[in-house]
Design a protein around this ligand. Structure first.
Ligand code: MRU
Length: 348
């Protein structure tokens, strides 16, 4: 088992010439790694959500491309092959900005080093992917430090999906803030939405927080409004998959409903995300590509079908929270607050 000091299992890492991906579909029941030696295996792991969460997907994308080049025997058709590796990864999932951000970073390293020997190029690309991983962990920790003061003793903090160590290189964004506050000896409790249909909250967030000894209670997604109406939620912190130039934020489906409820009940609603999640090329949330996954994933819970035969199901994996419902965006450089457009322009 691969652990960092005092930390949970690593979601992704290099082992010799392979990329090891923790199969999150099996958590919390089983800790099993997928050994990927080909770019196609990494793309498949992203697509079928063995690895998920925007920053983790970005790291996997970078490692996948590096893996593709690793497998080359000569420089014949190098540029075409490299573009193809990037394309294979780009086709895996559309919403997380971090995936495309990581590909752009790998492309820059490729362009700057493509005249070097193949062995040197392989080394540079592998190193860049590893740097993306290490930087992500450091950035998460800075997000944690920036945001930990939002959590006061005795609070109940609601989070959605899993924006934790599993969704990143390690540590987490929304859960990074929660971790940092706990490490600072602030005592509070967490409510985790179960997050149907993949159950990131019930399976992953609860698992991570349990390991840290942070009190966590799982609720079905439709319970959040009732708790807010009763004054039982003090603060909401979620992650992000893509943030537009005006601050509109795509995150796990159900985030928008939480933000509307939070506004109704005057509960502060924070997004936690690194700069690599911002997409300054798109003006607002309408332009964010929202992934639609197979309705089968809704129709079945595990192997059990829960709808009658012949019934259709819709599965949008993300929704967009309009910026006016967001209290602040916690980044590695500080908390952005309204007017977001200006803050994003100045800082990101
Ligand atoms: O479909 P997923 O599990 O990849 O969705 C993940 C989320 O929506 C997270 O909240 C987001 O990626 C932020 S992770 C730090």
């Amino acid at each position: 088992m691969h652990r960092e000091e005092g930390m949970k299992v690593k979601p992704i890492f290099w082992q010799d010439d392979a990329v090891m991906i923790l199969d999150q579909r099996l958590l919390p029941w089983q800790i099993k790694y997928l050994k990927c030696t080909k770019v196609q295996q990494v793309a498949k792991s992203i697509k079928n959500m063995a690895i998920r969460g925007a920053p983790a997907i970005g790291i996997a994308a970078a490692m996948g491309v590096a893996l593709g080049v690793q497998g080359l025997k000569s420089k014949r058709g190098l540029e075409k092959k490299f573009d193809r590796f990037c394309e294979i990864i780009a086709q895996s999932r559309p919403t997380a900005r971090n995936l495309f951000w990581a590909l752009e970073r790998m492309k820059r390293v490729f362009e700057a080093n493509k005249e070097k020997s193949l062995e040197e190029l392989k080394e540079m690309l592998k190193k860049e992917a590893q740097t993306i991983l290490e930087e992500d962990i450091a950035i998460n920790k800075r997000i944690g430090q920036q945001g930990k003061h939002l959590i006061k003793p005795g609070m109940t903090v609601l989070t959605h999906c899993n924006a934790g160590a599993l969704a990143t290189g390690g540590y987490g964004t929304a859960l990074g803030i929660i971790r940092a506050a706990w490490e600072a000896d602030i005592k509070f409790q967490v409510i985790a939405d179960e997050t149907r249909p993949y159950l990131q909250g019930a399976r992953l967030t609860a698992w991570e927080l349990k390991q840290e000894g942070i009190p966590v209670t799982v609720i079905s997604d439709n319970t959040a409004g009732y708790l807010m109406a009763q004054g039982k939620i003090d603060l909401i912190i979620v992650g992000a998959d893509r943030i537009a130039a005006n601050g509109d934020t795509a995150n796990k489906i159900g985030t928008y409903s939480l933000a509307v409820l939070a506004a109704k009940h005057n509960i502060p609603f924070y997004v936690a995300a690194p700069f690599s999640t911002f997409d300054l090329n798109i003006p607002d949330g309408k332009a964010i590509p929202i992934e639609e996954r197979s309705g089968e994933e809704v129709i079945y819970i595990g192997r059990k079908r829960v709808c009658p035969e012949g019934v259709n199901a819709l599965y949008y994996a993300f929704d967009v929270t309009p910026v006016e419902l967001i209290t602040g965006i916690v980044t590695e450089e500080g908390i952005l607050r309204p007017p977001f457009k200006k803050e994003i322009r100045n800082f990101v």
